[in-house]
Design a protein around this ligand. Sequence first.
Ligand code: F6R
Length: 588
Amino acid sequence: MCSIIGYSGVGKAAPLLVGGLQKMEYRGYDSVGVATLNSGKLLIRKGIGKVEEVNKSLGLKEMSGQLGIGHTRWATHGGIIDSNAHPHSACTTNLAIVHNGVIENHQELKEELLKKGHVFKSETDSEVIAHLLEHYWALKNDIKEAMMNTCNRLRGSFAFVAVFDDSTLCAARYDEPLIIGITAGGYFISSDVLGFLDYTDRAIFLDNRDIVLLEGNNLSIIDFDGEKVERTPTQVAWELADSDKGKYAYFTLKEIYEQSHTIFKSMQQKKESVETFCDIIANAKDVFVTGSGTSYHSALLAKHILSKYSQIRVETVVSSEFQYSSELLDENSVLIAISQSGETADVLQSVKAAREKGAKVLSIVNVTTSSLARLSDCFLEVKCGPEIGVAATKSFTSQLSIIYYIADTIGGNLTGISTNRMELSKAIEKSLELESKIAEFAAQIKDAKDIYILGRSNHFPICLEGALKIKELAYIHAEGIAAGELKHGPLALIDKNSVVIILNPDDSTYIDTLSNAHVVKSRGARLIGITNKPHLIYDYCIPIPYVKESLLPMLEVIPLQILAYHLALHNNANPDYPRNLAKCVTVR
Ligand code: F6R
């Protein structure tokens, strides 16, 4: 989604805003813009591209002033062109806004404002906020009232920051995150703590219907009806600031490499939280698990793991579909929501649907200050640290390690995640050592038009995850297929141009999957095996070390992540910022 930031204080605003935007760029990178107030005049610079590029061409950091706002965009309404980039001013340049979210009634508001003589300069839904503020400010010359009136007219989801040429900075939120960062010399207001964590760990997490008014050093928070609101500052974990690439060329690679130790951290949960979490599951009439994208693949594995190792029957539903199938839930049901960001709109919608039925909500979430964590009866922390690469990697294996841990707590250590974690960690390290070989192999298949990934049982969700990584990182069509389903249709697609990757570890699926490999081979496809029991049928084999059978999915995803990363490099794609995507999807 978009990232927004505002700053008012003793420091020069522009470099602080640009630095914050760079840290939050994972949220959207179609365009960038900054507005600062200098000697009562608002200056706006904006353009399409990433923060570094736009800063280079427009000199964003050089803009003067101690008050300002900034934005990186993930386009929803209106093309990726300069005029749609934020900040947006209204008819005059006495105010400017940056917005994250979607204003559902923007068309209706725009028509009303056009009739009043307002002139619009962009195709965005966001611009109505600037014109509404201008309209209400002109009416009574009162910024507080203008903010309240504007917020009460907007439908949809929004977090916005506005700068006024009388030196006031204001912000408001509804269903989009917004956090105040408190420093000795001023305030930040941004979409993510990463926007200001280099300067302060003191933060106020705003709630829905909060409006922030900042005049000089005077900060007040009211609701949309003008009632004063008290919000207590909290301390944010400094380790969140660990968001440098270190020796790695890309965050994605760094995060792939971190997995041999991040899988441990996720098992270090508060005892009481684990007990509450597991009790709620064990006593529920029915258990639903949901998530989007990669987190949905974790949910699919949760179904296997919880049923096999702790005899809990689980229904998995992808979050974007959950609202259409929540009829079965009631007050004896429980929904486990899995999410890295905790802000995915589809996931939050599922939680809402479950709550309406009276069900309990548990979550497995990486960002513990997120909406999801706050909406849950109990949550377990993924603890993999900030995941900056847009494609999920380490959050996936950490989510899985929590799921195994829960299964063991309920079922009595049958998955063996705790007892075998050193072995698993070493096996992951060994798989990481294959990077240069996998990179060479990626060069051989970089021009493939289609890649199919086959596997059975608990390997099937990993096929889906591997295919998702290849699609989003390398822009190659890839499909995960349950190997037994091949004969029911997909086999028609296979010919000598096909690349087929087979997850064929030495477990109960080995023989059946191997026979699928023979069928594919006889159609002339190029065959790659990911296995700890190599076979001559494979044109190329990626060997994985031996680990306990139950833990194989966590291991075999590693070579697929590395492969997707190198396919991206060979195809000149930036693995950290796949085109058209954003890390945190707060629209539905
Ligand atoms: C894939 C990816 C996305 C996310 C999905 C859910 O690599 O990153 O598919 O997994 O948007 O995001 P969270 O887990 O934040 O709810």
